[in-house]
Design a protein around this ligand. Sequence first.
Ligand code: CO
Length: 465
Amino acid sequence: MKYPSITELVLRDGQQSLIATRMRLSDMTPILSKLDNIGFSSLEVWGGATYDCCLRFLNEDPWKRLSVIKSNVKKTKLQMLLRGKNLVGYKKYDDSVIDLFIKESSKNGIDIFRIFDALNDINNILYSIECVNKYGSNSQGTISYTTSPIHNDKYWLKLAKDIEDAGAKSLGIKDMAGLLKPKTAYSLVKKLKKNLNIPIHLHTHATTGLADATNFKAFEAGVDNIDTSISSFSNLYAHTATESLISMIYDEDENPFNMNELAEISDYFQNIRNKYSKYEGSMKGVDIKMLINQVPGGMLSILEKQLFDINKLDKLDDLIKEIPEIRKDVGYIPLVTPTSQIIGAQALLNVLDNSRYKNLNKEFIDLVNGKYGKIPGEVNKSLLKIIDSKNYEETSTSLTVNDARLEFKKFCKDNSLKDLYNNNTDLLNYILFPKESKDFYNKSTSMSMNDLIELQEGFGFYLSD
Ligand code: CO
């Protein structure tokens, strides 16, 4: 029997999905060596929303978090989630920034980079794969799974083959909304295993209640690696519980995992989760509407909160119906950060205006104009007409590393921050999140308790990847 290896997600996606990415480094360090001893193929610890949240809410340098984790995890590979050309942010960065970011991440301890693009545009991940290979880490090219009339087996196989040909060392199937059904997973994995030489990894969310069965069928089809999260940080918006998956696939006498140690780890994280209970989402069991309208749970909760804040909760049903309509108009793009935020914001405008596309978000115009990458299907003709008539202005491209260094140097001088600009990781913080970094560097020397509490209580920040 061939068993898949297991990636443990609690430190990144588990906590991102369940407590809005609020887990601190100090919550992680006491348990790192125990996690290291379990025998996971990797620990997902960084990237996605964690970078942003470190600076925005936790007053933490994300690079320090990475180096502390690295020094405590000696045996297990460290993994991060990278949003292709958007890195860990929400817009496209210059190639010089991508190169420096991957170089520093690799140097500071990331072994496996899971690289995806929200639109599944291979051109958006090619350069990252190249850089990861150049700096000697492991590049995992990823398909962002979705369902639509154009997303069929043929589409996925071609994309997967292109990813393998691009030099990726493994292929990730990333099902951020829990849409992958068990039988589909079985046939998809079988076909991928037949047509590809690189290992296949599966990442699915429990939101729709399908994840356990989907993971099990993928195991039966011979998938090489499955992502899970420790039981006290599992299910709901997150993933199959680590201990459950192990119990499903192994006969007792063949189980190489120490279930008692896993139980201790789970108990530890239960206490952590209790501390952050106010960041939990509202879903209690499973969200079956996801299978109908494909709105990721994280996206739904943030839209619900936005409607609540403006006293328009009665519009929620209209909003949920509008999202798939927009998705159809823009060629069935998958909903994952940043497209889920862009589509969500436009849906909100359409519903509040009581008129479709009367007002358009800048990012939405960019998306339709291909600024985020090639659209998988056809864009609705009348939508294209509306956008053409809006006098579209090209957004300026992001700064190069050299230009950004000059800007950062001035900021450091003005704020007596010595020579921070010579430090690549400080520079990257500044390039990726200028406003949050300015606050972070100005505050880190003189942060009062009040500032800290205010930061922690920032607006609930749910992202779906
Ligand atoms: Co995920």
